[in-house]
Design a protein around this ligand. Structure first.
Ligand code: HEM
Length: 367
């Protein structure tokens, strides 16, 4: 085994070259107990699919809708309502509303609009690129939702602060900032809805029209659309830029045939995806392929070990609702930036994370 080999699926996420390790995981049993991590691992296409499809494999531990450290806080109030964090009717009904609303987005218009926004903000340094891969997708979603451009930078900053509450790696200061950001985001959405200027035919109009079906979760799930966009789309953009660096001939092909950008991004999602792990918790004992997992266990679902089966946007009832939007935003950003990026000296490592693979670029001098 090579010396610098990931020790486990968590360290693989930010490892320079983790894909041999993932292939090895996929060659092993689809479901195994990892005594060192004290949890189960679902690996390879078979293990990932089986767990994500199983009705008893839930997104939250039994009896713990909201993590202890968020209970009774603004972040906890949002967390409790997110479709991503709920099951049963509290998931299925609002999920349908979101899927319908996001399905109405005119992707060709979105692509044009994001191209304009991204052309106005071409990164001129590694530091600007690190900001841009987070900001641009959030600006684009804020536009889709109906916020005026003057509000985008604050919304992007609050969203980035809010998502810290979803990571087990966050410190006390980040958690405190996340609470302030959660309040600010909820207020921004309630102001937007009160203004009574919701554009007919927009995502917001579609969600508001079905507010009853969303229950108390309208505002929280609107915040959720921004938070789900944040890290994942930054990862897709960043990993695509890494691919362009690793294969310079790609840039030449893509500048000659820009119609190939969506296909290029699909390849990036397959071979160097943004989201490597998710988690499920058994509500009852479940048996897969003769392996019995008792109730109340955590299963780390190693999406990145599923190889060509492409589970980077999830699968089953919690599969990503924003896939086409994310791909459209990323396509437009890369079209706008690719030529300028060719001239930037870039090296990279990865942001600390147990789930998302997001490059941090630098000039290479500190490497
Ligand atoms: C490249 C960008 C993206 C990637 C790789 C990605 C990936 C994922 C994955 C893996 C899941 C499933 C999590 C699980 O089952 O545990 C998910 C769920 C979700 N994503 Fe995305 N996502 C991206 C962008 C977006 C965007 C732009 C939006 C919003 C427009 C969005 C909205 C959602 C929502 C609402 C869910 C929860 C669905 C549910 O639980 O029913 N995503 N995403």
């Amino acid at each position: 085994m090579p010396l610098d080999y990931p020790a486990d699926p968590f360290s693989a996420v930010t490892h320079a070259a983790p894909y041999d390790y993932y292939r090895r995981l996929a060659d092993g049993p689809p479901l195994r107990f990892d005594a060192r991590l004290d949890c189960w691992l679902a690996t390879g296409a078979t293990g990932v699919r089986a767990v994500l499809e199983h009705p008893a494999c839930r997104v939250r531990p039994p009896g713990l809708g909201v993590p202890h450290n968020l209970a009774g806080t603004p972040c906890g109030a949002i967390f409790a309502e997110l479709v991503r964090m709920n099951e049963g009717e509290r998931h299925a009904v609002p999920k349908q509303v979101l899927v319908r609303a996001l399905g109405q987005v005119d992707l060709a218009r979105l692509q044009e609009r994001v191209l304009q926004i991204a052309c106005d903000r071409v990164p001129g340094s590694a530091a600007q690129l690190n900001e841009a891969i987070f900001e641009l997708p959030l600006f684009a979603m804020a536009e889709v939702l109906g916020f005026a451009p003057a509000q985008w930078p604050a919304l992007a900053a609050w969203t980035r602060a809010f998502v810290a509450c979803l990571s087990p790696l966050s410190n006390a200061g980040q958690l405190a900032d996340a609470q302030v950001a959660a309040e600010a985001l909820l207020q921004s959405f309630s102001r937007l809805l009160r203004q009574g200027e919701v554009k007919p035919g927009s995502v917001l109009a579609a969600i508001v029209a079905e507010a009853d079906a969303m229950g108390d979760g309208v505002l929280a799930n609107l915040v959720g659309l921004l938070s789900q966009t944040c890290d994942a789309t930054a990862g897709l953009l960043g990993n695509a830029i890494v691919a362009l660096r690793a294969q310079p001939q790609l840039s030449t092909r893509l500048s000659a045939a820009p119609g190939l950008w969506p296909a290029m991004l699909r390849e990036v999602s397959r071979h160097d995806p943004a989201i490597h792990n998710t988690r499920r918790y058994t509500a009852d004992a479940v048996t897969f392929d003769g392996v019995r997992v008792p109730a109340g266990q955590m299963i780390v679902v190693v999406l990145a070990s599923a190889g060509d089966a492409e589970f980077g946007f999830g699968h089953g009832r919690h599969a990503c609702s924003g896939r086409s939007i994310a791909q459209t935003i990323a396509t437009a950003c890369l079209q706008a930036w690719a030529a300028a990026l060719e001239d930037l000296p870039l090296a990279w490592n990865y942001l600390p994370s147990l789930n998302a693979r997001i490059p941090v670029f630098h000039t290479g001098e500190m490497a």
